[in-house]
Design a protein around this ligand. Structure first.
Ligand code: PAF
Length: 292
């Protein structure tokens, strides 16, 4: 496994692989890696000849500078994990490599409302920053396949939109959520939770599963308010939203049965940590972005 910090070196290496007909899978990350990330690496290694992982804490997607400062940086540990998980290249650039002064990396894409609901409502500008960095990294790596996690449902939906919008040859592959044994979705932020809150936080997945079980019995608004109340009653939780939405448009729906692709997404604060999770309520059989 090679760790590379400059765009030039990375592009030369990738070009040499691609010139030899090798396919490249790419998983962008902000480090503080866990088994959820390793599922991305494994999916990429299974579907490509070469796997590239980037570790870059992207300043343009943070709304609050304190959140950016607090973001865990664990490069040595991350590198060890990646080495054991079939990754060929780690790209760990400095900010000036990603955003050089003489290059305009800003994006002006209208995401057609995909960025306005749910996370968009509470984290203004966040998705513009995510799309900017993913576009820049995809331009650098030029991967055949791009690996992202289902946990950030809105994020991967926006990236899919962006790839379509720029007519990219890179194909998005979405890897299912990896959970702790109690059901808590794996996240770099979980390391900031106390052991007892990690246990309590299993309630989020329980509520999501309840909603999925009852998706045709109740209308979406009733399910959402039941979920919000149950989460609000849980000790130490401050739920921000619980939304049942169409999977393509991310707009709220009234009844799950009216959308062929439907999802329930939520964000909950616990001990000052913002936890997000989701469950797909309906998925069209022909959808091929999800890794099995
Ligand atoms: O999901 C993340 O870790 C980040 O948003 C991403 C996709 C690496 C972009 O910085």
């Amino acid at each position: 496994m090679k760790t590379i910090t400059t765009v030039l070196e990375l592009q030369n290496l990738i070009r040499s692989y691609m010139d030899n007909g090798r396919t490249v899978g790419f998983a962008p990350t902000m480090g503080a890696l866990h088994n959820g990330h390793m599922a991305l690496m494994n999916a990429s290694a299974a579907e490509n000849d070469i796997t590239v992982c980037s570790i870059f804490v992207n300043p343009t997607q943070f709304n609050e500078s304190s959140d950016l400062e607090k973001y865990p940086r664990t490069l040595d540990k991350d590198q060890k994990l990646l080495k054991n998980n079939k990754v060929d290249i780690v790209f760990a650039p400095h900010t000036t490599e990603v955003y050089p002064e003489d290059l305009d990396t800003t994006l002006s894409i209208d995401f057609n409302g995909l960025d306005s609901e749910m996370e968009g409502e509470f984290r203004p500008g966040h998705f513009a920053g995510v799309a900017q960095v993913v576009k820049r990294l995809v331009d650098i790596v030029t991967p055949d396949n791009l690996y992202m996690g289902q946990k950030d449902f809105q994020q991967f939906s926006i990236i899919q939109y962006m790839l379509n919008h720029i007519d990219s040859k890179t194909k998005l592959r979405v890897v299912p959520i990896i959970r702790e044994s109690n059901g808590l979705a794996m996240s770099s932020r979980n390391m900031r939770l106390s052991a007892s809150m990690k246990e309590t936080a299993k309630e989020i997945y329980k509520v999501l599963k309840y909603v999925k079980r009852n998706k045709y019995r109740e209308n979406a608004r009733n399910l959402e308010s039941y979920a919000m109340q149950r989460l609000a009653k849980t000790d130490g939780f401050k739920p921000e939203y619980f939304t049942i939405a169409d999977g393509y448009t991310l707009q709220k729906i009234d009844r799950v049965k009216d959308s062929e692709y439907a999802v329930a997404c939520t964000a909950v604060w616990a001990e000052g940590v913002r936890l997000i999770d989701n469950i797909i309520l309906r998925k069209p059989r022909k959808m091929d972005i999800f890794v099995k």
